[in-house]
Design a protein around this ligand. Structure first.
Ligand code: SF4
Ligand code: SF4
Length: 98
């Protein structure tokens, strides 16, 4: 006899208003409180997509020959710069010029 999968969690027991915060999506411009921002050294970028895969805000966008951050959403965490296998991303202070 086939063993039935054990039901771990019955969603029907959760009231609709259990977590009223974050039940609706809205576009929060988290870039407003960023201290550093990523700058892509375009000549080094090979469009591997690693930065896109690791970015927690999913704000990396594709250009013709490189990837770069949408600075409206980028919160400056620096994960993209740490993970880029080409060292093509540098983090600079917000007040510095790129
Ligand atoms: S991880 Fe680096 S090389 Fe890869 S797409 Fe991003 S910036 Fe370009
Ligand atoms: S600094 Fe953080 S939020 Fe900004 S693009 Fe890189 S990984 Fe994404």
């Amino acid at each position: 006899m086939k063993k039935q999968a054990k039901q771990m969690f019955d969603q029907s027991t959760i009231p609709n208003d259990l977590c009223p915060i974050a039940t609706e999506f809205f576009d929060l411009p988290v870039g407003d409180w960023r201290a550093k921002r990523p700058v892509v050294l375009r000549g080094k970028c090979v469009k591997c997509g690693t930065c896109w895969a690791f970015c927690p805000t999913q704000c990396i966008v594709e250009r013709d020959k490189w990837f770069e951050a949408n600075l409206k959403l980028c919160k400056g965490c620096g994960i993209c710069a740490q993970e880029c296998p080409q060292n093509a991303i540098v983090m600079i202070e917000e007040e510095e010029e790129s």
